[in-house]
Design a binder for this molecule. Structure first.
Ligand SMILES: [Zn+2]
Ligand SMILES: [Zn+2]
Length: 147
């Protein structure tokens, strides 16, 4: 989603775009996705040293409620990325290195279909996250080392 569209969406929902909120939004979009709160905080602080982490938390949760950022659980930490309605995706999260990889929704179509046909069950698969070990970590045996 383009920065302009995000701002319009927020304005349309009556969100006041304070300088701090804009800073935090920029920090997430410049980060290129999957950013931890501490990382967003660090980036925002570079432009405005007086910002505090509680504001970063509150603002990220506000943005999430407004649908402009998506929350991804990586281990026990929350990461954030700008929501892209044009390219919704799920996540594969690597346990050893904490890396998050995007997974196109098509991969889950069959799974969704199976649950619906066999169990008459409608799964909530928006923003689905599956954990495991990425190919890099498998190659270097990070999981075996318990890293
Ligand atoms: Zn990994
Ligand atoms: Zn993602």
């Amino acid at each position: 989603m383009a920065q302009r569209d995000i701002l319009n969406q927020l304005r349309g929902k009556g969100v006041r775009l304070t300088p701090q909120r804009l800073l935090i939004l920029n920090a997430v979009s410049d980060g290129g996705g999957h950013m931890g709160v501490d990382e967003v905080f660090r980036r925002a602080k570079e432009s405005y040293p007086y910002i505090d982490i509680a504001t970063v938390y509150r603002t990220l949760h506000l943005f999430r409620r407004m649908g402009v950022v998506t929350e991804v659980a990586i281990g026990d930490r929350l990461h954030f990325e700008i929501t892209d309605p044009e390219a919704p995706h799920h996540h594969m999260v690597c346990r050893p290195c904490g890396g998050a990889y995007d997974l196109a929704p098509d991969y889950l179509d069959e799974f969704r279909n199976t649950l619906s046909v066999e169990f008459d069950f409608e799964p909530d698969l928006d923003n689905f996250t599956v954990t495991g070990v990425c190919s890099n970590c498998k190659k270097y045996g990070a999981d075996a080392l318990g890293a």
